[in-house]
Design a protein around this ligand. Structure first.
Ligand SMILES: [Fe+2]
Length: 260
């Protein structure tokens, strides 16, 4: 099973770098479409847009509609749950009725569980006891397959950024970490938010973070020729070895139009 992860596209139509953010997003989808084999799924780990506006989501949905593989999304701190849900509801996996954007994808050898860490009080993440209860239910719903969990905010101390803690309160992150280790079936935790590539652990579970697709917002040192080349992650699952993570540099020579 192959998962292409994208994150932190921050579509903002009024920003000075609005065109570059759109270009980065389009080029990344074109690059994923050109992979052989094409990934089974594309997972966007949040901050799809920058201001939560419907017109920003329209642009994001237009670009994601070009993807060859099914696309799943979770919200980041810059997203708006209502507008996100409206933009992507036609895809069927965002069930109406719940405020939180939490769901399970059961169609693959690895179960994919979406966790919503958006916190309307802060750019940092939140995770409540009620959410922990629902995540345990999601984990326990199927007892045989491995599980990959997707969160916007990484649930480990990120040592390479300015602030290691990406949750509003340490106990929120501790609650999520404890829940992820509940049954031993979670084999990968896949996140975004910090705009740079890094990795950590939740107990013995490997956890990865990808850079922002928006090159103008990407953190860390990149050489000049990389400045407008987005970087994303491919997660390949093997039943013996678990997940292997590959960092892909987008080929900006691919025609965005022809890859649609
Ligand atoms: Fe972000």
């Amino acid at each position: 099973m192959i998962i292409a992860q994208i994150s932190d596209t921050h579509i903002a139509l009024d920003a000075p770098d609005a065109d570059q953010r759109l270009r980065d997003f389009e080029r990344t989808i074109a690059d994923i479409n050109a992979l052989d084999p094409v990934p089974d799924v594309i997972f966007h780990t949040g901050d799809i847009v920058h201001n939560g506006r419907p017109d920003e989501y329209s642009e994001a949905a237009r670009i994601l509609a070009k993807a060859s593989a099914p696309v799943y999304v979770i919200p980041g701190n810059k997203d708006d749950r209502t507008n996100l849900r409206a933009a992507f509801s036609s895809r069927g996996y965002l069930k109406p009725g719940s405020d939180f954007i939490e769901y399970v994808v059961e169609d693959y050898p690895v179960r994919l569980i979406a966790v919503d860490t958006l916190n309307t009080r802060s750019n940092k993440g939140a995770f409540s006891p009620e959410q922990a209860g629902r995540l345990i239910d999601h984990i326990d719903a199927e007892p045989t397959k491995p599980i990959a969990v997707f969160t916007h905010h990484p649930p480990f101390d990120v040592q390479v950024g300015p602030d290691p803690l990406n949750f509003e309160k340490p106990e929120m992150m501790a609650r999520l970490r404890q829940t992820l280790q509940h049954s031993g079936r979670v084999v990968a935790v896949i996140s975004g938010h910090v705009h740079r590539g890094t990795a950590g652990h939740i107990g013995s579970i490997p956890a990865t973070v990808m850079p922002s697709i928006a090159t103008t917002l990407r953190k860390g040192e990149y050489p000049g020729h990389m400045k407008v080349r987005p970087v994303y992650h491919i997660h390949r699952f093997n039943t013996v070895w678990g997940f292997a993570v590959e960092t892909r540099i987008v080929d900006t020579g691919i025609s965005v139009a022809s890859a649609s």
